[in-house]
Design a protein around this ligand. Structure first.
Ligand code: HAM
Length: 433
């Protein structure tokens, strides 16, 4: 086969039908739990004014510095494809006066996102996230509930056992300010050993130096003062309470640390597998962000998970989502009269909620039955000239390979009964197979 004329751009992928089974199932589980928790769904645009992300993530974050798809409109306005969901949600919260709503405001989203990074397994330039944001309350019990929700979704998708919850605190905004000063003092005089990026980061956001991959920066960072020493009593209490709540909710965790706009709680779900460091999701408390975006000081906490990564982990765990696309009945026909009758039979069956395929474009019975096999239909209904004359139809059980001639009258009711409920083919429970 020669190479196709066109292919997807680097780092973006088609979601083929087989993967859509996973996507649909994940969305269903997410929607179910978010509703149960009282969240309401929000969608923000695929692109925003670039400033929305510059402000929220911070000019010196990796996302803003290197990973945004930025473009200019004909009138010279600069936009960016959204690299993550929180900034857009906060912008919408402020723009639509949601601060007037009873607190906390609980929102969730399932959306595509875009980051211009080097593609590799589990890292794409277009990917999908589901995420939640809880705006307006500062209590550590809210953090615990958000983490529990993420954990519960992982559990119901069958991947919780493969992940560890990495948890830490970054302290309050004041703690971080103090810590940044400590870091600036520490790195001052050592600039020559820092890489070019870190030299710039030093005054704007010295915390980023701690994440630098350059060897010299890492050596210096390992001896830098630790955040722990800058935490206030209140921040330590917040974190201690969160850990107690998680223990109460039986959500296991490992202590760690991370991302930019967070305060207090920060967390990620990591694979337990050695070497694999692709987080399936992460989040934290971002009490300073709403003020940075032009609102009043408002506490908030949230998380987001990468759907492509969740799918990889589900596949690795051997989990197959239920196949809502499964063909329940294949209808085959022979001869013009049968074909006509078949057209309305197909619709009657579909109207009762069954997935039904009829290869009305094919006249050969052999070709039709070969297709029924390929589609893994549970049953076939076969209508030829004789059956039309006799008022009958052939009902074939495709799995058993057995068949019988039955009355045409009442066939729709019979198929609905056979395939389960009001037209729904009985689905096996996902990972219990
Ligand atoms: P994040 O940690 O940058 O957080 O991304 C969350 C998840 O999105 C990651 O753990 C990963 O599974 C997935 N992800 C990120 N980049 C890619 C990529 N290039 N390809 C595939 N998957 C990817 C946030 O985005 C924050 N907005 C989370 C949050 C919500 N914090 C508070 N509220």
């Amino acid at each position: 086969m020669s190479a196709p004329l066109f292919q997807t751009p680097k780092g973006v992928r088609d979601i083929l039908p087989e993967d859509h089974l996973y996507f649909s199932f994940i969305k269903k589980v997410v929607r179910h739990h978010c509703r149960r928790f009282g969240f309401r769904r929000i969608s923000t645009p695929i692109f925003e004014n670039v400033e929305v992300f510059n402000r929220s993530a911070g000019e010196t974050s990796d996302i803003v510095e290197k990973e945004m798809f930025v473009f200019e409109s004909k009138s010279g306005k600069r936009y960016a494809l959204k690299p993550e969901g929180t900034a857009g949600v906060v912008r919408a919260y402020l723009e639509h006066g949601m601060s007037q709503l009873p607190k906390p405001v609980e929102l969730y989203y399932i959306e595509p996102h875009f980051r211009y990074n080097r593609p590799q397994q589990g890292r794409y330039r277009q990917f999908h996230q589901f995420g939640v944001e809880v705006i307006g309350e500062a209590d550590a019990a809210i953090d615990a509930q958000v983490i529990y929700l993420a954990h519960r979704i992982n559990h119901d998708l069958g991947i919780a056992d493969r992940l560890t919850l990495q948890l830490n605190t970054l302290g309050s905004l004041e703690d971080r300010k103090k810590y940044q000063e400590d870091l600036i003092n520490y790195f001052t005089g050592k600039e020559r050993s820092l890489c070019e990026d870190c030299k710039r980061r030093m005054l704007k956001n010295p915390l980023r130096i701690l994440d630098c991959k350059e060897e010299d920066c890492q050596i210096l960072a390992s001896m830098a003062p630790k955040l722990k020493t800058s935490l206030s009593r209140e921040s330590i209490d917040h974190f201690e309470r969160l850990k107690e709540y998680l223990e109460e909710l039986k959500v296991p965790y490992v202590l760690n640390r991370g991302l930019d706009y967070y305060t207090h709680t920060v967390f990620e779900f990591w694979s337990k597998k050695e070497g694999a460091q692709n987080a399936t999701g992460g989040g934290g408390r971002y009490d300073g962000l709403i003020e940075i975006m032009g609102g009043e000081s408002t506490p908030a906490v949230g998380f987001a998970a990468g759907i492509e990564r969740v799918v990889d982990y589900m596949k690795e765990a051997g989990i197959r989502p239920p196949n809502k696309d499964a063909v329940a009945i294949f209808v085959a026909q022979l001869g013009l009269v049968a074909k006509k009758k078949c057209l309305s039979l197909l619709n009657e069956l579909r109207d009762r909620g069954l997935n039904v395929v009829g290869a009305v474009g094919k006249d050969s019975m052999k070709a039709q039955m070969a297709l029924a096999d390929k589609m893994k239909a549970s049953y076939s209904l076969i209508l030829g000239q004789i059956e039309v004359q006799d008022g009958t139809i052939i009902l074939r059980n495709m799995e058993k390979g057995s068949q019988e001639t039955v009355s045409y009258e009442g066939i729709v009711d019979r198929m609905v009964k056979l395939c389960g409920g009001e037209g729904k083919l009985e689905q096996k429970k996902l990972w219990e197979e």
